[in-house]
Design a protein around this ligand. Structure first.
Ligand SMILES: [Zn+2]
Ligand SMILES: [Zn+2]
Ligand SMILES: [Zn+2]
Length: 461
């Protein structure tokens, strides 16, 4: 016996079915067989493949007279009408972390050997050291998922190494030396440091269990840390700052003290009523980064589901859909704006989909696909991030390129990060000096900034 579907589903379901994914994840080879985001060759017909991040498309490729240059081949369906551009492969295609991304053939390789994702690296692990090669590959795979989504969302993703030294972002992918200081994952002023041991399943699962977290993944770390970067880039000093504070709390609260208190006392017992995770209660910056990561998880997983035609619409799963009142309070008018409806379709579609997927993973004896519960205040924070991403995307029609790499010059241009003062007694985090080797950004090796400079920056975990 099932209740009739609530009235909203008639409106909601067509929206979800017709919505095009932002970051497409299902592709076809010229032979018609399905091929996937990470493939560099079609396993059915042997055609080489490469990923064009600007088109959000995996393309079948043919050789040209120049061995370095490949030409896109005609496909049926998605991409059928696109120009048959010429490309070269990312310089990391032949590395220990093989990359299947493409660059336009007319971008000189001398100036920019790396793809949009790999060029964000300032330091990569030495693949000859221990099992670094395997860990590095896992990190890069997660990073490519992250970066492809950011580009598809038209968020600014310029390399601080080779494209925008003032406002870009870059990564130090580091491994702690056997007897040296531990690498700390964190963000400081456009530099994201990642402890690559998070790619080691035993290490990560041990940490997850010790920290009593329901979910801990590489892509989760990357989405969280880049959230700190976008807070600094898009919120700090902008018109978003005051409404952000009203929703997430006052970010001027002492960060080091707040974190110490969080680790000493844990999260308040009722955290689920307002936060997406226990860690989000530590400080407004952590709430922002956790919610940002959650938004990217949600949108990417929904995009993937839509790419493969998986849309949950099941009357057996009974749940209370979120309405405009969830976004604007109980006094909000019942009729929703198109903007609200778009967001509510994402949230409610997500809850339907994850309800079904949790049952699927339970059938396999695996942990829940989605071990979270969304409260109204958390949904309101997700809505804020959704609005910010939509409005800030694409350089805000102020001369930025469609890929968001140019032309954005508002804000206070601060390059000192989220504030002065080192925290954590100089935990060996930010250094380009431990366990990695600098990579060339194409214009020569970029030296890591000095330890003194690094310690002057606030590291946000
Ligand atoms: Zn094929
Ligand atoms: Zn690459
Ligand atoms: Zn954080």
């Amino acid at each position: 016996m099932t209740a009739p579907p609530p009235a909203y589903t008639r409106r909601l379901v067509p929206t979800l079915l017709t919505a095009t994914p932002t970051a497409r994840r299902a592709f076809r080879c010229r032979c018609g067989r399905p091929v996937f985001f990470r493939n560099d060759v079609c396993l059915a017909c042997g055609t080489p493949l490469g990923y064009d991040p600007e088109l959000v498309l995996l393309r079948p490729l043919a050789p040209t007279r120049d061995p370095q240059v490949l030409r896109a081949m005609r496909t049926r369906g998605v991409g059928a009408t696109l120009p048959l551009s010429t490309y070269r492969r990312c310089a990391n295609w032949t590395s220990a972390a093989p990359c299947n991304w493409l660059l336009p053939a007319n971008e000189p390789a001398m100036q920019q050997p790396f793809c949009r994702s790999c060029r964000l690296n300032r330091t990569v692990p030495d693949p000859a050291d221990r099992d670094n090669a395997a860990l590095w590959l896992k990190v890069e795979q997660a990073k490519r998922s992250l970066v492809s989504q950011l580009i598809a969302l038209k968020l600014p993703v310029a390399s601080r190494v080779s494209e925008d030294p003032e406002r870009g972002v870059m990564f130090d992918l580091l491994r702690s030396p056997v007897d040296g200081p531990r690498v700390t994952t964190g963000h400081a002023d456009g530099l994201i440091t990642l402890d690559i041991e998070e790619a080691d399943d035993v290490h990560r699962e041990t940490m997850r269990s010790r920290m009593d977290e329901p979910y801990r993944t590489l892509i989760g770390h990357l989405r969280h840390e880049i959230g700190h970067y976008y807070w600094q880039r898009l919120v700090q000093g902008s018109r978003w700052e005051a409404p952000c504070r009203a929703l997430f709390g006052d970010d001027r609260a002492d960060y080091a003290q707040a974190l110490q208190a969080h680790y000493a006392n844990g999260a308040p017992p009722d955290w689920k009523n307002a936060f997406v995770s226990a860690y989000a209660t530590a400080h407004p910056w952590e709430d922002w980064a956790e919610t940002w990561a959650h938004y990217l998880h949600m949108v990417d997983a929904l995009d993937t589901a839509r790419s493969f035609g998986l849309v949950a619409h099941h009357d057996e799963i009974q749940y209370e859909p979120f309405t405009a009142q969830a976004l604007h309070g109980d006094d909000a008018p019942a009729s929703s704006s198109a903007e609200d409806l778009g967001f509510l379709a994402i949230i409610n579609g997500w809850i339907e989909l994850t309800g079904a997927l949790n049952e699927v993973t339970r059938s396999m004896g695996e942990p829940d696909f989605y071990p979270f519960v969304l409260s109204r205040p958390a949904v309101r924070k997700l809505h804020f991030i959704h609005q910010l991403v939509r409005i800030e995307a694409g350089g805000r029609a102020r001369g930025g390129s469609p890929t968001g790499t140019g032309g954005v010059a508002d804000g206070d241009g601060s390059s000192t990060g989220a504030g002065g003062g080192a925290i954590g007694g100089g935990a060996g985090g930010v250094g380009g000096a431990v366990g990695g080797r600098p990579v060339s950004g194409g214009t020569g090796t970029v030296p890591p900034s000095s330890p003194a400079q690094q310690m002057a920056l606030r590291v946000i975990a």
